[in-house]
Design a protein around this ligand. Structure first.
Ligand code: NAD
Ligand code: DAU
Length: 341
């Protein structure tokens, strides 16, 4: 039986991937390695706890000794690295932690993977490394990297290290770059779950600037399916864009949430814009479609309805992640003139 190490597997996308591997790959075990930061939650893996093919280890990807021990036994043959600080606004408040986890942590994993002779290393990156687009065009895998935020700069730096380990040491590495995900178990600092929670509580919905920024929204299940496909069949050294071609303005997305919940648009508040806010992302995902026969399947309106329903049905989960840390973060973010009115 082969074992895949999924770092960040207690987070939003990582937990979806762990569940998918366990349900679709009967001859595969998963070792989830996660620090359980504010964004990691073992409740996200509740359905896997009793599965004998799943094991959880708590730890930091920056901890070279610990990572070396995990890989040293020879049990793990492949790694998918999703562990990261993932929220752009938090990277504006404190860039250093993003450099530590996203850059240094990736280098630590690469070093340990090389030492252990890991077969394949998949780095889960983001469309944000390409920077911002005007109203026309899409990012291809050849687009230059031009990150705007400390978060995307740290992801771009990690991508460079992954490619360098492939070229210099001949490691089998693959990079994926996906657009904005939504779905169950997403931490309510990100646009869609934040808007769902605020609307459910009849609280104001903070829209940065004019709200006409465009993102290409993809259901998390489509993303995890793409990751599994890249792990199994992606070309060594390759980069794969992942997107659904579902471009929407933030205002449109928020209005869809309000429609599904039957709440009024008067809850919307336009507030000060995010510094360095990228205007538009658009992914050309033709390579993964052609090479790996993958395409997004969840249509946005259906995906949003199911997602809103999930948060209604899982209100306990939603409230359980609202901790003192969350409140401190929001009071820091909304200090200094930024206000929801
Ligand atoms: P998330 O914040 O929900 O989960 C991140 C996980 O990493 C958490 O479980 C956290 O505990 C863990 N983690 C953080 N620091 C760690 C450390 N030092 N050591 C070990 N574990 C640590 O993030 P997500 O939205 O699920 O994103 C997962 C990955 O996918 C990230 O690498 C992110 O950059 C990338 N990505 C996200 C999106 C998106 O729309 N959310 C899109 C494209 C790519
Ligand atoms: O594009 C992929 C990226 O998507 C991932 O790499 C990141 O990990 C993930 O966090 C996400 O980044 P974004 O910054 O695009 O996601 P976020 O949900 O924070 O914001 C989506 C858009 O909504 C963005 O234009 C900012 C805007 N926004 C966000 C929040 C939280 C608001 O207008 N109001 C808000 O309160």
């Amino acid at each position: 039986m082969k074992t895949i190490l999924v770092t960040g597997g207690a987070g939003f996308i990582g937990s979806d991937l762990v569940r998918r591997i366990l349900s679709e790959e009967p001859d595969t075990s998963v070792l989830t390695y996660d620090l359980l930061t504010y964004a990691g939650n073992l409740d996200n893996l509740k359905s896997c706890i009793r599965d004998s093919r799943h094991r959880f280890a708590r730890g930091d990807i920056c901890d070279r000794e610990r990572v070396g021990e995990l890989l040293g036994s020879g049990e793990v043959s492949q790694i998918i690295n999703l562990a990261a600080e993932s929220h752009v606004d938090r990277s504006i408040l404190g860039p250093k932690g993003f450099a530590e986890t996203n850059v240094l942590g990736t280098v630590v994993l690469l070093e340990a993977a090389r030492e252990a002779g890991i077969e394949r290393f998949v780095q889960v990156s983001t469309d944000e490394v390409y920077g911002s687009l005007g109203s026309e065009g899409s990012f291809s895998e050849e687009s230059p990297l031009a990150p705007s935020s400390p978060y995307s700069a740290s992801k771009a730096a990690a991508d460079h290290f992954v490619e360098a380990f492939g070229r210099t040491f001949g490691m089998d590495v693959v990079i994926t770059r996906c657009s904005n995900n939504y779905g169950p178990f997403q931490f309510p600092e990100k646009l869609i779950p934040l808007m769902i929670r605020n609307a459910m509580n009849d609280e104001p919905l903070p829209i940065y600037g004019d709200g006409l920024q465009v993102r290409d929204w993809i259901h998390v299940g489509d993303h995890s399916r793409a990751l599994l496909s890249v792990l199994k069949n992606g070309e060594s050294g390759g980069i794969y864009n992942i997107g659904s071609g579902n471009e929407r303005t933030n205002l449109d997305v928020v209005k869809s949430v309000l429609r599904v919940l039957g709440k009024p648009e008067s809850l919307i508040r336009h507030i000060e814009d995010r510094p360095g806010h990228d205007r538009r992302y658009s992914m050309d995902a033709s390579k993964i479609r052609a090479e790996l026969d993958w395409q997004a399947e969840v249509e946005f309106e259906r995906g949003i309805e199911n997602t809103v329903q999930w948060y209604i049905d899982n209100r306990d989960w939603l409230e359980s992640v609202i901790t003192g840390e969350y409140r401190n973060y929001y009071s820091a973010w909304y200090s200094g003139g930024r206000t929801t009115g």
